[in-house]
Design a protein around this ligand. Structure first.
Ligand SMILES: Cc1cc2nc3c(=O)[nH]c(=O)nc-3n(C[C@H](O)[C@H](O)[C@H](O)COP(=O)(O)O)c2cc1C
Length: 211
């Protein structure tokens, strides 16, 4: 791309909403963390987060970012974030194609104390080592304990150590994840989603380490 023909954007010239469209439209595809938590009264909460990724393997740590834009709380902090600050536990449920509609429905701005599992009609499954329930039909659930929360820009970045993995059996074989069997939805900008395209195998150069 020739620099003089490219569109140049100074982020200082864009409104926060337009910056959001730019970031989420360009940084794609993003995986979706469908995060289940419990509030202090034990009421479950479920909400999707696509500012989400892996951070560390040993110990296994992931992150997602909660923007401070809740209309229901004076400081904008969303229920997921508040619940994790108070209970220090959550589950990341990964989203297969059949869960796309229900996942989207749980992103509505429900007030605190509303159980999105019940409102949307999503079956719960007990988790193995943390208290928040898992999404029964999710092909992969990652049970997490809070590692730390870091404030960055208009968001709180939540780091969680995965203390338990549950995978559908057909996803796992010979000590590896079967990529073709794990058909997760990806988030693009706005209301756009994608499935994985063709999967290519490119061996690393000899001498390269695992990562
Ligand atoms: C696919 C998808 C991805 C989303 N990703 C994020 C995200 O990364 N961070 C965030 O704060 N909100 C994200 N949202 C919006 C939240 O899901 C929404 O604000 C939700 O109501 C928060 O619920 P809570 O207050 O129960 O935590 C996303 C919504 C959708 C549909």
């Amino acid at each position: 791309m020739q620099a003089d023909l490219a569109l140049q954007i100074d982020p200082a010239t864009l409104a926060p909403r337009d910056l959001g469209f730019l970031m989420t439209g360009l940084i794609v595809p993003r995986p979706i963390a469908w995060v289940s938590t419990l509030d202090e009264a034990g009421i479950p909460n479920l909400a999707p987060h696509s500012y989400f990724n892996a951070v560390s393997s040993a110990p296994p740590v992931l992150m997602f970012s909660s923007t401070h834009s809740s209309p229901h709380r004076p400081n904008g902090r969303k229920d997921t974030l508040v619940n994790i600050e108070r209970t220090r536990e959550f589950v990341v449920n990964l989203v297969s194609a059949d869960l796309l509609g229900p996942m989207n429905e749980t992103s509505a701005e429900f007030p605190p104390g509303i159980d999105e599992f019940d409102v949307v009609g999503i079956e719960k499954a007990p988790s193995s080592v943390v208290r928040p329930p898992s999404v029964a039909r999710s092909p992969v659930t990652l049970e997490c304990r809070l590692e730390r929360i870091v404030q960055v820009g208009d968001a709180s970045v939540v780091f969680g150590e995965v203390v338990w993995f549950r995978l559908d059996r057909q996803i796992w074989g010979d000590g590896r994840v079967k990529a073709e069997a794990l058909q997760l939805m990806c988030r693009l900008g706005g209301a756009l989603y994608a499935t994985l395209g063709p999967i290519t195998h490119v061996p690393r150069p000899s001498g390269a380490g695992y990562r």
